[in-house]
Design a protein around this ligand. Structure first.
Ligand code: TRP
Length: 379
């Protein structure tokens, strides 16, 4: 691959790579840009403005303002998100889940958390169904470790919990034509029919809470923008099926430790996994791409470039909650006072502390896993 090709932006539900141009994405996907008013309304209900809201991690949405209005009228609202369990969880996955937990607390909302082990099995040649299902339960520990409310969180495996999903999935499938999914996802004649069916199962979760509770409940999906095509086609059928259109709020991707693209499981050195030992994670940080200059002299003279620095991005997205301290770090980087080695070491320490704490929570999650799994509706 040439450098040019490597940098080209690709964003589909299965592939995210290259330098990501969010303005272009907003235009391509035809979504609405995030507004200050939405940010302020969420913060008001939560009681504080989450780091990710302050830093513009949520760049676009569909109908989040409507979802908020429903809540403000006193109506119940719900949340839906998911994960394709094809491997261990890394920090890029945790980022939107932290935000989801913030939303769950703020809006006292039920959260339906889909694990698409079926999708990962159907799409990948290197994963057996049994392995994908195993990752569902492994990854569920990470989800629980984020602190979700056990009474209001329903994690489910598409394959193990299909009895709670199939009927509604069928109703969605009947409304969705092959020509639509082919146009949206680019299926062709050599794709297996399981992969072609799977969108129905990912779409139906938008209506699952409404179906289970027997009333129409506005659903908001916090997700990365690459999943938007699913919701676009769900929105087209929702009202015909008697449900509200699902609302979305889209997150930016956490960059990988290497240059460009997002943190990705398929490039293990570019990602910090929650199962990495704190020591190993620290080593990955020390090898990360920075905006530093080639020599110390140049760095002192010209300063670093936080705008292209992945280490800075980690402080920005996750590891520096204090806005003033972040601004200060940026300033001493740009002035040439802060060297990349020091900055990386400081980040490595924070990552280590974070992982040590998270891994404890993750271990504790084993005992309560069952409380979080989707149960039959009690009528
Ligand atoms: N398809 C997603 C993935 O591969 C998993 C997923 C299912 C999801 N439902 C979702 C992601 C809802 C976000 C929101 O990662």
């Amino acid at each position: 691959m040439t450098d040019q090709e490597k940098q080209e932006m690709v964003v589909t539900p299965w592939d995210v790579s290259g330098n990501i141009d969010y303005d272009k994405l907003i235009e391509q996907f035809g979504v609405q840009r995030m507004t200050q008013s939405i940010v302020d309304r969420i913060a008001k209900h939560a009681g504080y403005k989450h780091l990710q809201l302050r830093r513009g991690v949520y760049l676009s949405h569909r109908d989040t303002d409507w979802w908020l209005s429903e809540y403000e009228k006193g109506n119940k609202v719900g949340l839906y998100t998911g994960r394709g369990p094809s491997g261990h969880v890394h920090l890029g996955h945790l980022l939107p889940w932290f935000f989801c937990k913030y939303l769950q607390d703020a809006f006292d909302a039920e959260l339906y958390f889909q694990m698409t082990d079926d999708e990962k099995f159907l799409q990948r040649d290197d994963l057996t169904l049994e392995q994908a299902i195993e990752f569902t339960y492994d990854n569920a520990l990470d989800i629980i470790a984020c602190g979700f409310n056990p009474e209001k969180t329903h994690i489910f495996s598409d394959s193990d919990h299909i009895q709670h999903l199939y009927k509604l999935g069928l109703k969605v499938a009947k409304r969705t034509t092959f020509s639509t999914v082919r146009a949206v996802f680019g299926f062709n004649n050599s794709d297996n029919i399981g992969a072609i069916w799977h969108p129905a199962l990912q779409m139906m979760v938008c209506f699952l809470q409404s179906e289970r509770e027997g009333e129409n409940i506005p659903c908001l999906i916090p997700a990365a923008i690459d999943q938007d095509p699913y919701w676009r086609i769900t929105r087209d059928i929702a009202e015909k099926m008697g449900y509200y259109k699902p609302a979305q709020i889209h997150a930016k991707f956490l960059p990988g430790l290497d240059e460009g693209g997002k943190m990705s499981s398929s490039q293990p050195d570019s990602a910090i996994f929650t199962t990495d030992s704190p020591k190993k994670a620290a080593q990955k940080v020390m090898r990360a791409f920075t905006g530093g200059r080639d020599t110390v002299e140049e760095q002192k003279k010209l300063g670093g470039r936080p705008d292209i620095c992945n280490v800075y991005a980690y402080y920005y997205f996750m590891f520096e909650d204090d806005d003033q301290k972040l601004v200060d770090r940026e300033a001493i980087c740009k002035s040439g006072e802060l060297m990349c080695g020091t900055c990386k070491k400081q980040l490595a320490e924070r990552v280590k502390a974070f992982l040590t704490d998270f891994q404890e929570k993750r271990e504790k999650a084993r005992k309560v896993l069952d409380d979080f799994l989707l149960k039959p509706v009690v009528k």
